[in-house]
Write a protein that binds this ligand. Structure first.
Ligand code: ADP
Ligand code: MG
Length: 255
């Protein structure tokens, strides 16, 4: 992660779907290098937030930027190139491709040699491919999947598919990584591994925005917790402060 962590700032981000306001004037700051959790009940607008800042949805109002570069109106691949990578709430892998190839796709998208050299299979192209392969193997090692490199992705157990998605997102060498509910469907042992992995990612100098339901994981790993409720931000502070906030307790932790 030699590119360094980035700061994400959203300013009064509003997203409407017809008459429904999924996100209402949301202003969030993810500081460089921090692990920032975004939490809230189902339907609060968390995925809408992620889909908007990664360019899949257009905001109705408001703006957002990465290290001061305005992103509103940019296509997802442009935003990705500026350093924002993401995983999806529902894992989206290339099931027929090998585990290694799934990661190489991410590396190749970043490095991008010319089509002509690819077709002609020039020495430069082959050198590029070797470099991509080495980078992809390094990432599989990082997420603990090196031994599965040549298996078809669809044969991986669910928990491993989630890790593979993270490896593929890291292949873009992000400056900010968005994880949309990475703990969903994982066993408690796998969630412990995930916590370690998130710490390792932050240690690479990558900012992390973690969308999660799993309260124990958030409280263990996050530097800052932002709470969404009905599309509105009701708190944004350290885990201990947020956990003691009466509005948050009522909206989220209350039972
Ligand atoms: P969360 O991820 O916090 O569970 P979402 O962002 O998925 O919440 O959804 C917030 C609200 O916006 C929900 O009421 C949801 O039905 C609605 N919504 C999300 N995406 C769309 C869409 N593409 N079209 C219409 N409504 C949507
Ligand atoms: Mg969601």
């Amino acid at each position: 992660g030699a590119r360094g962590s980035a700061e994400l700032v959203t300013d009064s981000l509003t997203v409407r779907f017809g008459g429904l306001t999924a996100l209402s004037a949301a202003s969030v700051r993810v500081r460089p290098g921090e692990i920032h959790a975004l939490i809230g009940p189902n339907g609060a607008g968390k995925s809408t937030f992620v889909n908007t800042i990664s360019g899949f949805y257009s905001p109705t109002e408001g703006s957002f930027s990465l290290d001061g570069i305005p992103l509103a109106g940019l296509k997802p691949h442009r935003i990705a190139r500026l350093g924002l990578a993401r995983t999806f709430q529902n894992t989206e892998l290339f099931g027929e491709m090998s585990v290694l190839e799934n990661v190489m796709v991410g590396v190749e998208q970043r490095r991008r040699y010319g089509l002509a050299s690819a077709l002609l299979r020039t020495p430069g192209f082959r050198h590029e491919q070797d470099a991509c392969r080495r980078a992809a193997i390094g990432l599989l090692d990082f997420v603990g999947l090196a031994e599965y490199a040549n298996e078809a992705a669809r044969f991986l157990p669910f928990g491993h598919q989630r890790r593979l998605e993270i490896a593929r997102a890291l292949a873009a060498r992000p400056r900010l990584l968005l994880l949309d509910e990475p703990a969903a469907g994982l066993t408690s042992g796998e969630i412990d591994d995930l916590e370690l992995m998130i710490r390792k990612i932050a240690a690479l100098d990558v900012s992390v925005l973690l969308i999660e339901h799993h309260v124990d994981l958030i409280m263990a790993v996050a530097d800052t917790v932002t709470v969404l409720d009905y599309g509105q931000i009701i708190a944004s502070a350290s885990p201990s402060v947020v956990q003691a906030d009466p509005r948050v307790i009522e909206a989220y932790f209350g039972s």
